[in-house]
Design a protein around this ligand. Structure first.
Ligand code: PRX
Length: 668
């Protein structure tokens, strides 16, 4: 499936890299026009309409956001001021009072949505539960009463360590309903990760489950919590959801069962209004180094950002069955499994287990059986499925799909094309959405049916978002040259600070360019104004004086028919300063050979030019990834230079991968 032929002829040579610039070498030129049928029914109907609304959002932000806040949210008390901006601190909709859970639940009662499925849940063993808005409202009200009875008050922190089960959404919404702050800890994390996060935010209560199903086994969550809570003085109570029925120890006076508490609780709970800036949640995001950062999001602005993007980016309609495959432990799960879709009255699907259990076609089987119409997942998953070939997809009827989305990493054009053609049957627009835990909601994205798509580009900014690509001194770089991606003005769903560490918040995001948000990504804007993320700035390679982003090089490798996934890192080189090492996983049934290494080097040379040709290629069974699927290039760098000081590996998905990787160079 080499697409060399689809690339435009070599028209441009590499630009000279200035000290602080990134040389962009991608020659991807395909433009895919959305289907007319989609456009006809799209929530925003044309590029002209998008541009008009975008201009309004930039030229009259207060007017624009005031209108959206009125249209998309229900308020207890209107705000006085849309935004108060004292860089780097923003307050949105000050003076306003709102209840986030009421916006996701109560507002739908007494409407046609009341008996609509709010959540369709599928467990890994195959158990399915459908929960209507009315039922979800009842359960959240009961649980809000339970939390209050257990002593949780406005502003208290509640840690949630659950599998992907509906109770996770209930726990989040009930915490929000009483004005407390949740911190969801991904169910794949170990007890030490729980201890660290619980202690950092001094959580008063923990909500967990006996276990969760994963790859046919039971992950013993309660056991991890017990271990973690040996060193967490702030925790007073633990609520345990019964999911797997595995035996657990209940500590007297501390631990209670969710179902027993719920049985006794009243289903009546009157939601109170809280101030717009009341903290909603803390979500810890681990950078490649250092202790996790507790990203703080507040209520009204965050909810507005997720609701508005859900409506426009996912083109939500009353009849959609929408599935975002992210875990609630990540921001994508917060914004696009729970808050955005429920605030919009959508049907959101939750799946508990592994994507390839019991077989590689599990996702496609879920899409077929639940007649999913909108599907949102990560490039890492797409590449894994692509590796398995088309057959597992072809076994299923995927005709219910009408829109596809991706998030988490740059998607290489080959994976994009596969997603578009094989999963979407060439009829579904693909929204490649760029955003971060810190941004709360989607920032750069196509609008489906409207924006002409370029595989590998997140395309254009969403309403109210003003991105720019700049050099180290903050000057805008010319079109088509690389630089740092910044956001030049505040937006409603932005992070407000890092929990307990405002100094780090300022340093991390606002110190490079005062008053301007630096997201940490390298980027290029093309002549049509489209944004192309070229990877994290920390991962940029310096080869013979050229600074190259990882994404373009990796995508050149993946455009070869035999390659499933690739990761590029630099290693010290006596002559060039540094050399390029490529770690490559092959598609099922392909064999790594010296010949193939040669072919791949030539392929990259042809696709993007000789400077980027890897000095070394190593075939590997797997790449080290974080649990959210991001490649940990820091570890690969260490492996490439023959070292074994891997640093903090607590977020690594599978350490065995690293052990196997270390062997990849042995035949060299
Ligand atoms: O590098 C960008 C990459 O993921 C980073 C944010 O990661 P996280 O906070 O874990 O949130 C992931 C889910 C929103 C970004 O700085 N990233 C995310 N989406 C894209 C992306 N890179 C390129 N294209 C995307 N669509």
């Amino acid at each position: 499936m080499s697409n060399a032929g689809d690339f435009a002829p070599n028209t441009k040579t590499h630009e000279m890299a200035m000290e602080d610039k990134i040389t962009s070498v991608s020659k991807e030129k395909r433009v895919i026009k959305p289907a007319a049928e989609f456009q006809k029914q799209a929530n925003i109907g044309s590029m002209t309409a998008y541009r008009k609304m975008y201009r309004e959002s930039i030229n009259s932000p207060s007017k624009f956001w005031a209108k959206q806040a009125k249209d998309f949210l229900v308020w207890r008390k209107p705000w006085n001021k849309v935004v108060e901006w004292k860089a780097p601190h923003a307050k949105w909709f000050t003076g306003g009072m709102i209840n986030v859970a009421e916006n996701c639940l109560d507002r739908h009662l007494g409407t046609a949505r009341e008996n609509k499925a709010a959540i369709i849940f599928e467990g890994e063993p195959g158990d399915v539960r459908t929960i209507t808005y009315k039922q979800l409202h009842g359960e959240v009200c009961r649980f809000a009463n339970v939390l209050t009875r257990l002593g949780v008050k406005k502003g208290d922190r509640v840690a949630i360590y659950l599998p992907m089960v509906p109770e996770a959404a209930v726990a989040m919404l009930a915490t929000a309903r009483i004005g407390a702050i949740h911190t969801v800890i991904f169910g794949g994390f170990s007890s030490s990760a729980i201890t660290e996060r619980v202690n950092d935010c001094e959580a008063k209560l923990v909500i967990t489950a006996d276990g969760g199903y994963r790859r046919g086994g039971v992950v013993e969550l309660k056991k991890n919590v017990d271990e973690a809570l040996k060193k967490t003085p702030s925790v007073e109570k633990v609520v345990v959801v019964r999911r797997c029925g595995n035996s657990v120890q209940m500590k007297k006076g501390r631990d209670v069962w969710y179902h027993e508490e719920l049985e006794e609780a009243s289903p009546v709970h009157k939601a109170k209004g809280f101030s717009s800036e009341n903290p909603l949640f803390i979500l810890y995001t681990s950078g490649s180094t250092g202790k996790p950062k507790g990203v703080l999001h507040t209520s009204a602005g965050y909810l507005l950002g997720t609701a508005l993007t859900s409506y426009y980016v996912f083109d939500l309609k009353e009849y959609d069955t929408y599935w975002c495959s992210a875990d609630v432990g990540w921001i994508t799960g917060h914004s696009y499994v729970v808050y955005g879709p429920l605030c919009s009255g959508a049907t959101t699907v939750m799946y508990e287990g592994a994507p390839n259990y019991p077989d590689i076609d599990r996702f496609w089987s879920i899409i077929e059986r639940h007649r999913i119409s909108i599907f949102y997942t990560a490039p890492t998953a797409i590449r894994a499925f692509m590796r398995g070939g088309d057959e597992p997809v072809k076994k299923h009827d995927m005709s219910s799909l009408r829109l596809l989305g991706t998030v988490g990493e740059p998607i290489n054009p080959e994976a994009w094309m596969w997603y578009y053609k094989t999963i979407g049957g060439g009829r579904c627009p693909v929204v490649d959405t760029w955003w971060q835990t810190e941004t709360g909601a989607i920032m750069i994205t196509p609008l489906p049916g409207v924006t002409p798509m370029k595989p590998g580009s997140a395309t254009l900014p969403f309403f109210g978002v003003e991105p720019e690509v700049v050099d180290d001194s903050g000057r805008k770089v010319p079109k088509n040259s690389g630089g740092k991606l910044v956001i030049k003005r505040p937006w409603p769903s932005m992070l407000r600070t890092l929990w307990g560490d405002d100094k780090r918040f300022k340093e991390q995001y606002w110190s490079q360019f005062p008053g301007i948000y630096f997201c940490g990504d390298g980027c290029r804007q093309d002549k049509d104004g489209y944004y192309w993320i070229v990877g994290r700035i920390d991962d940029v390679l310096n080869v013979s004086g050229h600074r190259l982003g990882t994404a373009e090089l990796e995508s050149a490798l993946v455009s070869h028919a035999d390659v499933a996934e690739a990761a590029i890192v630099s290693k010290p080189d006596e002559i060039k300063g540094s050399g390029v090492v490529a770690f490559v996983t092959l598609k099922a049934g392909r064999n790594g050979s010296d010949n193939l290494k040669k072919t791949l080097r030539e392929h990259v040379g042809k696709e993007i030019g000789p400077i980027a040709r890897p000095d070394e290629i190593r075939f590997t069974e797997g790449l080290p990834k974080t649990r959210s699927g991001k490649i940990m290039r820091r570890i690969l760098k260490e492996v490439a230079s023959g070292g074994d000081r891997y640093g903090d590996v607590t977020t690594l998905e599978d350490f065995n991968v690293v052990a196997r990787l270390a062997k990849t160079g042995e035949d060299e």
